[in-house]
Design a protein around this ligand. Structure first.
Ligand code: ADP
Ligand code: UDP
Length: 236
């Protein structure tokens, strides 16, 4: 399948049309941003690792009953996916307090929680992706109630499946962000990516960070962390 015109260039990926109106090609870049685009850099090899890891995890989720946009990996950085209309929400699932939740509630990073937390942020760079709740989502018409019930159900199931999957690799899944979309026939599917850009991964033994926080926080060892995750998933 060939890339036709570029439809979109985001911070981490480009999206191309194909000769099938229901399919697009996503092309993963090494570019990295943080602080909503204010911090920029590159992470060598990230495009390939994120493409492969995201596809690997989506295939695992699909086998376990989660519909996804994945169709076919066509190169190191490029994948054919179902074209969806993205629900304009970042769906965040948290198992352990970290990042913005730690700041907001004054909880030290690493504080365990009694159950997973789902948060929604409205996807809008100009507003810094503000947190919203189900009432805002319904009031603005970003998604209907049935779609939100499906999204919440899938998000918790994805969390269970990923927690168990990563535990076997001696990795704690602290939190992650996912996106959903609707295909031409109205099916809600998991879209976008699941990678060290969008998840917090901590080594279960040493609690070493193996994700984009190393870039966000200038910790060094950024490429090495992505490579370590690729290695544990046996992508190399
Ligand atoms: P951003 O837009 O935040 O800079 P990316 O660089 O990752 O993010 O760009 C990828 C874009 O493609 C995102 O806006 C994402 O919502 C969108 N997207 C992801 N999967 C699909 C899909 N299957 N169909 C259409 N758009 C998608
Ligand atoms: N996240 C993401 N994209 C965003 C914001 C967050 O992928 O635009 C992920 C992030 O990697 C983490 C989780 O969502 O795994 C929760 O992030 P948090 O709200 O703590 O934000 P941050 O600390 O990055 O500001």
């Amino acid at each position: 399948m060939k890339k036709l015109e570029q439809l979109y260039e985001g911070k981490a990926k480009k999206v191309f049309a194909t000769d099938d109106p229901n399919l697009v090609i996503v092309s993963y870049k090494d570019d990295a941003t943080a602080l909503n685009g204010k911090k920029r850099g590159t992470i060598a090899g990230k495009g390939v690792i994120n493409n492969q890891m995201s596809n690997h995890l989506m295939k695992m989720l699909e086998k376990n009953g989660i519909p996804t946009h994945f169709v076919e990996e066509i190169s190191g950085t490029d994948t054919v996916v179902k074209k969806v209309e993205i629900v304009p929400l970042e769906v965040i699932v948290r198992n352990v307090a970290a990042g913005s939740l730690s700041k907001r509630l004054g909880l030290p990073e690493g504080t365990p929680m009694r159950k997973p937390v789902i948060e929604y942020c409205y996807k809008c760079d100009a507003l810094d992706d503000p947190m919203v709740n189900e009432y805002h989502i319904a009031a603005m018409g970003w998604a209907d109630d049935l779609t939100m019930q499906t999204i919440a159900k899938y998000a918790l199931k994805i969390n269970k499946l990923l927690l168990a999957y990563f535990k076997k690799l001696n990795v704690d899944l602290i939190d992650f962000k996912i996106e959903f979309g609707t295909t031409a026939d109205g099916t809600v599917v998991l879209a976008d990516e699941i990678s060290p850009d969008t998840c917090r991964f901590w080594d279960s033994t040493t609690h070493e960070k193996l994700d984009k926080d190393r870039f966000r926080r200038d910790m060094g060892g950024v490429e090495e962390a992505y490579e370590e995750m690729a290695h544990r998933l046996q992508l190399d």
